[in-house]
Design a protein around this ligand. Structure first.
Ligand SMILES: Nc1ncnc2c1ncn2[C@@H]1O[C@H](COP(=O)(O)OP(=O)(O)O)[C@@H](O)[C@H]1O
Ligand SMILES: [Mg+2]
Length: 233
């Protein structure tokens, strides 16, 4: 299987404090990988470093066979990697539609096509396209954040904490849409706290103290007891 994303011995941190202590994993094209880990383990630091928002201290990230670590974040988006960051961070004073359009700033030519795709996944966003984003519910803002990340037509979508603060019902809706996005050909890495995402995943990772301590697929995934043990370690 072709590995779309390869993370090798990745190191990063803040100021002089190291957080990622050599993170290594890869994700095959077309699959969904879920990353678990306790608060502070380094999950957001990992996806933010892959997306180029944080400087790489060591190691490398390869996307579709080319090294992307060290490139500016905007170039990484252009190569086909998009991040839906933790905490949603939509522009509250701008309309839903404008928020989405801004997601396509690196590639205007795909804007119309992707807008239609996002409205297909999230009809609620189409109904509310003229509404100010800040007046949406938490669940709708999460849909908008995922939609915005899709607007650049990524081959790899990184989603950081999709279900945080959502009701169980909305959480399921979000997982189902992520599954659909994956079925439509986008490779997904999703950082999650909720093991309810497992039925949608091909690969599960656990991060602890800045390293990957579990990397399993197939049968190992079915044994969620093992995963829980590793996750809660
Ligand atoms: N902006 C920041 N400045 C300094 N330290 C940070 C910053 N963001 C995260 N950290 C620290 O890095 C570590 C990993 O954080 P993070 O990657 O956010 O973990 P997770 O997403 O797994 O909860 C934590 O110890 C956290 O306090
Ligand atoms: Mg985080």
């Amino acid at each position: 299987m072709t590995q779309l994303l390869e993370v090798e011995d990745l190191r990063a941190g803040y100021g002089s404090v190291p957080v990622l202590q050599g993170v290594t994993f890869s994700v095959a094209e077309g699959e969904t990988a879920v990353m678990f880990g306790l608060n502070g383990a380094g999950k957001s630091t990992t996806v933010n470093t892959i997306a180029g928002l944080l400087k790489t201290w060591g190691g490398k990230v390869t996307f579709d066979g080319e090294v992307i670590s060290g490139l500016p974040a905007s170039e990484i988006v252009k190569r086909g990697v998009s991040l839906c960051p933790e905490g949603r961070r939509v522009f509250p004073q701008l309309s839903v539609r404008t928020n989405l359009e801004l997601g396509a700033w690196t590639n205007r030519s795909v804007q119309a096509e992707q807008l239609e795709r996002v409205f297909g996944y999230f009809p609620r966003l189409e109904e509310r396209s003229a509404q100010m984003a800040g007046t949406l519910s938490g669940g709708e803002q999460q849909m908008l954040a995922i939609g915005r990340a899709l607007m650049s037509k990524p081959r790899l979508l990184l989603i950081d904490e999709a279900s945080l603060g959502l009701s169980p019902k909305l959480t399921q809706t979000v997982f189902q849409v992520v599954d659909q996005i994956n079925d439509d050909g986008t490779t997904v890495v999703i950082v999650e706290q909720n093991v309810g995402v497992l039925p949608y995943a091909d690969q599960a990772l656990v991060m602890q103290k800045g390293t990957i301590t579990f990397d399993g697929r197939g049968e190992a995934l079915a044994k969620t007891g093992d995963l829980r043990a590793a996750y809660l370690g």
